[in-house]
Write a protein of this length. Structure first.
Length: 630
């Protein structure tokens, strides 16, 4: 159903049969986006990226675009939008905005009608022949959203999402040894490792920055230990990114006499705010360094803002994938012998027909002590993190009657929303991500509204300002692709030995559960963690490739593990080492013209030699950090 919906709407946006006087403007293609941000988290569900006015209660700058019409005259326009709080039966339409044509505002206020994405009638406008401007004018700063604008000289025409023609043929993006889908830490390390070992690599990332949850868009710190036995050189590659945080500091204090520890101490001395692990300043996550390191690899071609939307199959092999440019809608074909799904959501594996699982297995199925008696759909959720800062003068925050309603007993006092601001555990983290993220926003805004405007501590909060709220949700769990080995809890706890032991996981078996707030009649927006400490455990290589798609690797939180076992391998420093192993295995596949399974069957000693050697360098090298910014 997801693929059908996506195809239908994509044909309307990019390949529909429009009359000569019909104009379709995709909001994400606006030349000047002003203060609006591009959101593509639900692109595969609702069919398109869109612009969102994420102003934290302050209206954002107008997004402006120039378009041409052949003849002057009267036109009708429509805006594809939605009232994002309607799913909860709330009134107030916080995402209100207007459209301005040649500086003249529309009478219609958009984002006020239906909960679903729909075409809202904007009425009649006068346009001149030649160039005209359209602007999106935010009225609230509370996440108004615009997908597209449709303009027509047929005053009775109503736009439709019905498919009319197939999209244009994708342009050739080249042929590669390895295509890596997903530019989080696992994907970056897979791409760099393979490139250094002689593979020609395409790295496809669907956001403007690299790092995934460790980017400035989500701001989750790197967790898990690196450089562990039996392969202590796995993990040095992460040091080249220069990313330093709380867990690095813990390691540095434990081993203060190493070159690496001295480099960490120097960075933390110069930049003490880097002790903030999650929801810290944007510079803590060093997007620029990630991109620079990737672009400096001569064998990598980086494609930012590119969403993988289709897989071209040849039997049980992926022959090519189609990527869609999020900003322009143009599509590209990437051909390769090997593919790595590092998307987190297992997007590429899903499109290719790989075996996958979501939710919790039953105890009867896996024998895991922490598995439930009956299988269910519970997953670890998505965090919408936030923080506030102290200003020199009192400031106001708008009341939010459409948000979650808090009181003295239910509010969360403080200046930071960390990992435990987590929601959506009982929902589908892929299909329902817009709802899940929006519910997180309602929690943050409602809580801050109460603290600022009605709480007994409002004088204490008078000079505090909400400074950052994530609008890209930080996911922990969705689809998991199934490999030749499915790692289970007892493997980790009991130390089951596999001959293809590879990267080492050190994080506890850390599982999150919904945490209801007493007295609050709303679905949970907080979580609690139940952890079980482990000894360092080397995970089998056979968890890193698909059992039924013969040229598909995976690295990150979508590898072949049970829900319970995911609790230990899902952190990003561990995922980065997975990426290194995948990159090494890909180089072996290239050299021997073979597939991931045969690396285990025929070339395991060669893989072990590469893991023992590693591809990274020790120390942090360049200590230059960009100036701090929120």
């Amino acid at each position: 159903m997801i693929k059908k919906i996506f195809l239908i709407y994509m044909t309307v946006c990019w390949g529909a049969s429009l009359s000569a006087a019909d104009i379709l403007i995709e909001a994400e293609s606006f030349a000047d986006k002003g203060g609006w941000v591009v959101d593509n988290q639900s692109m595969m569900q609702m069919g398109s990226p869109y612009l969102m006015a994420h102003g934290l209660g302050v209206p954002v700058e107008d997004a402006v675009h120039v378009f041409n019409v052949t003849n002057s005259g009267r036109y009708r326009f429509w805006v594809r939008t939605r009232d994002w709080v309607k799913p909860w039966g709330k009134i107030g339409a916080p995402g209100r905005f207007k459209a301005l044509f040649n500086g003249v505002p529309s009478d219609t206020v958009f984002g006020t009608q239906l909960a679903e994405w729909h075409w809202q009638d904007g009425g009649i406008i006068e346009l001149k022949a030649g160039g005209n401007t359209v602007a999106l004018h935010d009225l609230t700063g509370f996440n108004g959203r615009c997908d597209a604008i449709f303009i027509t000289d047929d005053l009775n025409r109503i736009p439709s999402d019905e498919a009319k023609s197939l999209p244009e043929k994708p342009a050739d993006a080249g042929e590669y040894d390895l295509v890596v889908a997903g530019g989080g830490m696992a994907g970056c390390c897979a791409a760099i490792t393979a490139a250094r070992l002689g593979c020609k690599v395409a790295l496809i990332q669907n956001r403007p920055v690299l790092g995934g949850n460790n980017s400035s868009e989500v701001r989750v710190g790197l967790s898990g230990k690196i450089m562990q036995q039996p392969y202590p050189n796995l993990g040095y590659l992460l040091d080249e990114f220069g990313i330093v945080g709380y867990h690095n500091n813990v390691e540095a204090k434990a081993n203060p006499d190493t070159e690496r520890s001295r480099a960490i101490a120097e960075i933390l001395k110069r930049y003490p705010e880097k002790h903030i692990h999650n929801a810290g300043p944007a510079t803590n996550y060093e997007d620029e360094k990630k991109e620079l390191l990737v672009r400096n690899e001569k064998n990598i071609t980086l494609f930012l803002n590119m969403q993988v939307v289709a897989a071209e199959m040849k039997g049980s092999f992926i022959n090519a994938v189609t990527g869609q440019d999020i900003l322009t809608g143009k599509r590209f074909r990437f051909k390769a012998a090997l593919f790595a799904d590092c998307t987190g959501d297992a997007t590429l594996g899903f499109l290719a027909g790989a075996d996958w699982r979501m939710g919790r297995e039953s105890r009867e199925e896996t024998g895991e002590p922490r598995a439930p008696e009956t299988a269910d759909n519970l997953v670890m959720g998505t965090s919408v993190q936030w923080y506030a800062t102290e200003k020199q003068a009192a400031n106001v925050f708008p009341e939010c009657p459409w948000a979650i309603e808090f009181n003295e007993q239910t509010c969360s006092a403080g200046l930071r929303g960390d990992w435990d601001w987590e929601t959506g555990m009982n929902k589908n983290q892929i299909d329902d991500i817009e709802y899940i993220r929006d519910y997180g926003l309602r929690a943050v805004f409602g809580n801050w509204d109460f603290l600022k405007n009605r709480s007994s501590k409002k004088e204490e909060y008078a000079d505090k300002q909400l400074s950052w709220v994530a609008y890209i949700g930080g996911k922990r769990e969705s689809r998991r692709l199934l490999g030749d080995v499915i790692l289970q809890e007892q493997d980790v706890i009991q130390g089951t030995s596999y001959d293809d032991a590879s990267f080492t996981t050190t994080w506890s078996v850390d599982l999150h559960y919904p945490k209801p707030v007493d007295g609050l009649n709303e679905e949970p927006f907080l979580s609690y963690a139940e952890t079980e400490q482990i000894k360092p455990y080397a995970v089998p290589y056979r968890c890193l490739y698909s059992r039924n798609i013969n040229n598909l690797f995976m690295a990150g939180r979508n590898i072949s593990v049970t829900h319970v076992a995911l609790g230990t391998v899902r952190v990003m420093r561990t995922g980065a080492m997975m990426g290194e192993v995948v990159g090494m295995a890909a180089s072996i596949c290239k050299n021997h013209k073979t597939n991931p399974r045969q690396v285990y069957n025929s070339y395991l000693p060669e893989l072990k030699a590469l893991m023992l050697k590693g591809v990274g360098t020790s120390g942090f090298g360049n200590l230059v950090i960009p100036k701090n910014k929120n």
